[in-house]
Structure formats: structure tokens, C-alpha cells
Design a protein around this ligand. Structure first.
Ligand code: ZN
Length: 326
């Protein structure tokens, strides 16, 4: 009897973000085979459908790879939310429709393969650990500056999950109790100052105090329309007041990093998220403020602050590792 030789394994990782869902397929060495991206749909049923069809599409593509055809063994999902130690999604405040919906059993019964779920930044940390900025550091901190702030703690070479799986949420450390209102409803969270939303908040505050005429002109006076790119673009053009907002922003980022460092004593801080694309504008400013604010900065080892190495696909690439690390 003729039998087909077994296909080598492939692993699919899907990163469900607030606006985009990015899927990758990798081989056993972690080499990228296929990539697929679509806007994150509204609605729980639509999201389940989108993830299933993305999985199907990527599985089909790797099965038709030449000269080798791959067989998908499992699916890993990174999601912007609180995932408990058992891989159950508990809260996803930026994905309102699936907030509190446990999507893993739904997907497992739909797809007929094991599905593993973790927080998106924990997934990105796995990618940075396996081949990225954290590969040579035993103790490091990953902070993503995007719409909000995400975090992952790497302790003794592993992603530290905490007692219930919810460690590493530094965005909601309160750094100014009477300050700006955060998306979570509380006042003065780090995220309200040091995310893309925070950058916007800082600019709006200055514009309301008679500064930032260039930004006000860009949005024709409607401050609700200010986006973080308005500030970074004007800063790049040399607008002194926009650069002052960037300095202010970098200070708030560094302030939160200093609090994290006081608790963790990391050997390295890695910055990811959408704002990492502005690293040329932000990197040196964050480092300078961080060095100034850090306790005993001249007596202790310097803590480098570096951007992620896996870029936008870090969460999806890390999600492919979930099944193999558990
Ligand atoms: Zn908050």
C-alpha cells in the first residue's frame, strides 16, 4: 500500500488587535511562510468567522507551498486583553464585542485543532525572546506604546504571568491621581500620558492653553480631530511647540519606565507598539529622561532602552510559539 510521507509541521499565529488582525504561518524553525492581514471586524460572530477563515486561508497556502507542503498542527492567538493562566479571555476593553467572551473553545470546536490564547504583548515577548531584542537578556521588560500601553515581563528567561495570568499591565499604573482620565475610566493612568492617546491628550491640553497653532490649523480648529501623527509630523518639520510636546511625552514614557525599573530591575527595556515607528524622534529623548529619572542611575548598571526587532508581526509570530511552550 502506498502512503504519503508525513508533511512537515507549520504553525499559525494570529494577532487580533483593536484595528487590524494579522496572521502568519511559520515552519518549525520559525521562518515566515505566509502572512495575511485584514481589518478587525466588529461583532463577536464576525470576528470568530474572520479568524476561522484566516486560519483556513493560511492552512491552504502552506499546504500548497512548493517544493514542500506543510501541515498545520495548531493555532495560537494573541489578543489585546486580559487572558488568564488557563488561556481564557477575561477582558478585552479595546475589543468591545468580544469583551468577556471565551473564544478558545468556540474556535477549537469550529476548527478541530488545539487553539492557544495569550495576551498580545506576552506573545510579542515570546517572539523577542526566541529571536529578537530579548534573546540575550534574562530579565527584561517589553512595553508597547500604541493606542494604549501594553506590557510583558521577562523574568529569568520566561514570560512572567503572575498568579492568575494578568501580570504586566503597566499602562494602568496610576502616575497622576488627579490627572487625565484614562480609557479604563480611572484618572491618571500612565496610558493616559504615554500612549498614542496620551500624546494626543498632551497636545490638546497645550492647544487649549493657546499653543500649537500649527496643530490647530491642521485640524481646522476641531481639537477632537487631533491625531498623534499630527504632532510627530509637525515635530519633524521643526515646529518648536510640537517638539516641546514630544519632549513632554518622552518624559512621561520615561517616568513610567522608571517605576517599572524600580520594581523589576531589568537589564533591558524593549519598546514596541505603533509608536515605535517614531523611534528616531522618540528614542534618544526617552533614553535621556529615563537615565535622569532612574534611581541611583550613576551607581547602577545602565539599562538600555531599545526598539523591538520583530516589528508589527511580533505578536503573531509569538503566538505561533504558544502551543510549543505550554
Ligand atoms: Zn487606566
Amino acid at each position: 500500500m502506498h502512503t504519503q510521507p508525513a508533511s512537515p509541521p507549520a504553525f499559525i499565529g494570529i494577532d487580533i488587535g483593536g484595528t487590524k488582525t494579522l496572521g502568519v504561518a511559520v515552519n518549525g524553525n520559525g521562518d515566515l511562510l505566509e502572512e495575511h492581514v485584514l481589518p478587525t471586524p466588529q461583532g463577536a460572530a464576525e470576528l470568530i468567522e474572520a479568524v476561522s477563515s484566516m486560519h483556513f486561508e493560511l492552512s491552504e497556502r502552506v499546504a500548497q507551498c512548493s517544493p514542500e507542503s506543510f501541515e498545520v498542527l495548531d493555532l495560537g492567538i494573541g489578543i489585546a486583553g486580559l487572558v488568564d493562566i488557563n488561556g481564557q479571555l477575561r477582558r478585552a476593553p479595546n475589543l468591545v464585542e468580544v469583551d468577556g467572551l471565551d473564544i478558545r473553545p468556540i474556535l477549537e470546536s469550529k476548527l478541530g485543532i488545539p487553539v492557544h490564547i495569550d495576551n498580545d504583548v506576552n506573545c510579542a515577548a515570546l517572539a523577542e525572546l526566541s529571536h529578537g531584542a530579548a534573546a540575550l537578556a534574562n530579565n527584561s521588560l517589553l512595553v508597547t506604546l500604541g493606542t494604549g500601553i501594553g506590557g510583558a515581563l521577562i523574568v529569568e528567561g520566561r514570560v512572567h504571568r503572575g498568579a492568575f495570568g494578568m501580570a504586566g499591565e503597566p499602562g494602568h499604573m496610576i502616575i497622576n491621581p488627579h490627572g487625565l482620565t484614562c480609557a479604563c475610566g480611572k484618572k491618571g493612568c500612565w496610558e493616559a500620558y504615554a500612549s498614542a492617546a496620551g500624546l494626543r491628550n498632551l497636545a490638546i491640553d497645550r492647544a487649549q492653553n493657546g499653543q500649537l497653532q500649527k496643530i490647530i490649523d491642521r485640524v481646522q480648529g476641531d481639537l477632537n480631530k487631533v491625531a498623534s501623527e499630527d504632532i510627530t509630523q509637525e515635530a519633524r518639520r521643526g515646529d518648536v511647540q510640537s517638539l516641546a510636546v514630544i519632549d513632554d511625552f518622552a518624559h512621561w514614557v520615561a517616568l513610567g519606565l522608571t517605576n517599572c525599573a524600580a520594581l523589576l530591575d531589568p537589564e533591558l527595556v524593549i519598546i514596541g507598539g505603533g509608536l515605535v515607528e517614531e523611534w528616531d524622534l522618540l528614542g534618544d529623548r526617552i533614553r535621556r529622561s529615563f537615565d535622569e529619572l532612574l534611581l541611583a542611575s550613576t551607581q547602577r548598571n545602565r539599562i538600555p532602552v531599545r526598539p523591538v526587532e520583530n516589528g508589527k508581526a511580533a505578536g503573531a509570530i509569538g503566538a505561533t510559539l504558544l502551543g510549543r511552550q505550554r
